[in-house]
Write a protein that binds this ligand. Sequence first.
Ligand SMILES: Nc1ncnc2c1ncn2[C@@H]1O[C@H](COP(=O)(O)OP(=O)(O)OP(=O)(O)O)[C@@H](O)[C@H]1O
Ligand SMILES: [Mg+2]
Length: 428
Amino acid sequence: MSEIQLTWRRYGLRDNPYFQNPLTTEDSTLLATFVGRKAEKAELKKVLQMGSDIRYLIIGEPGVGKTSLVNMMRMEAVRNKYFTPTNEIEINREMTGNELIVITLSALYQEMQKQGIDLDEHLMVQLQAFYELASIVETSSRDLTNITYLNRHKLLELFKELVDKLVNPRFHGIIVHYDNLDNVDAEALVSLMSDVRDFLLTKKVIFLFVGDPLLTSVVNIKPRVSQIFLSPSLDVEPLSYEKVLELLEKRVNILKSSDNTAVVCPHTDEAVKTLFDLHKGNLRSILNSLTNAVMELPSSNTPIQVTDDLLSNLLYRKVKEKYISKLTKVEQDILFKMLEHQSITPSELSKLTGKTPQNISSKYLKEFIRLGVVREPKKEGRNSIYEVIPEINWWRLGKKEAKKKPAVENETQIKIDKVQGKLSDFFE
Ligand SMILES: Nc1ncnc2c1ncn2[C@@H]1O[C@H](COP(=O)(O)OP(=O)(O)OP(=O)(O)O)[C@@H](O)[C@H]1O
Ligand SMILES: [Mg+2]
């Protein structure tokens, strides 16, 4: 058994309740931990009920819960006679229009096989060949010229034929979910979208695109592209603190060990509240921080609950050791200025710090990216936008920390006092 599972076993759990993967239709047990999103679900439902001819953006900050939301709704749609590939289709690199069409055909084919749907032999043979082509491209990163030169008209004909034959008489429509579009450079994405415009206009198909808030502005660059999207898009906001507590409670319950070990919740509500405020409700960052806090606990045979104090102590120490101590004093000051802002351009940072724009861009920001304390910049129009990684926020927990005795010792002292109280007869 791996160390990590050993850790969770002490809490009476089978696995890490702070996992960060999206909830998928493949694991219905975990999907049962889905909470909230009433308004978003209702809106998405209305869109899906249109049944056909829809292109729709679902946008939100990284890690707020976009993929899980769309997966959840697709599962409901399947129960209502929609066809959709179980896994979302990842568009996390630059690709040509033909490539997008081929991987879509391949995803539909895979799902048909899973469901045992067989259409004309001629069609199936062609789909099988595209499925093989897509897997070769995905696994071998070979030169894609052969896909680029596929006849687009014939590809579109094939897709239309597939949609017609698959939908009639079985389904109301097909839902295609493209995910992670924010990893693709804006320019490449605009040109991809405009290249596949005709493909996206296929009747009986609902195309869902999931990405960060910049995706809307990317789509809006070309009216020829933006016109075909349903507007406004769906904005996914962070869940409330109560909902975060609820989902953690559900996870702890679902991951209960089958042996009768008593479950100890590895966190307190106050610790979650601190993280919720620190990360402005970003679920992925909250989950990542909780995993880290448990990882940093001193080794023990009994389960230690991460309280608010412990959390601050452990995470502050970790960010200091892993990142801050590797920076010079000047670099630290610049980084802390960045921490005060959500996101910042080099010229804004230059004004704030009094360093030349040249120095900020080619010296400090470059070094920050090399050390992994700042993310690769995003382009917004002409500006490059920089952000610190979420873990740097743990530094702010140090303010609380500085006023107190080390929390681990505090906690231990409290425990000792309690136990001694119970055993007072023995301590004469
Ligand atoms: N409504 C929800 N109920 C319960 N858990 C959720 C909910 N939404 C998201 N989660 C959990 O939060 C984490 C992040 O969710 P998800 O991956 O869906 O976010 P995302 O916005 O798609 O992230 P990214 O931008 O990185 O793709 C996952 O572990 C997921 O299981
Ligand atoms: Mg996602």
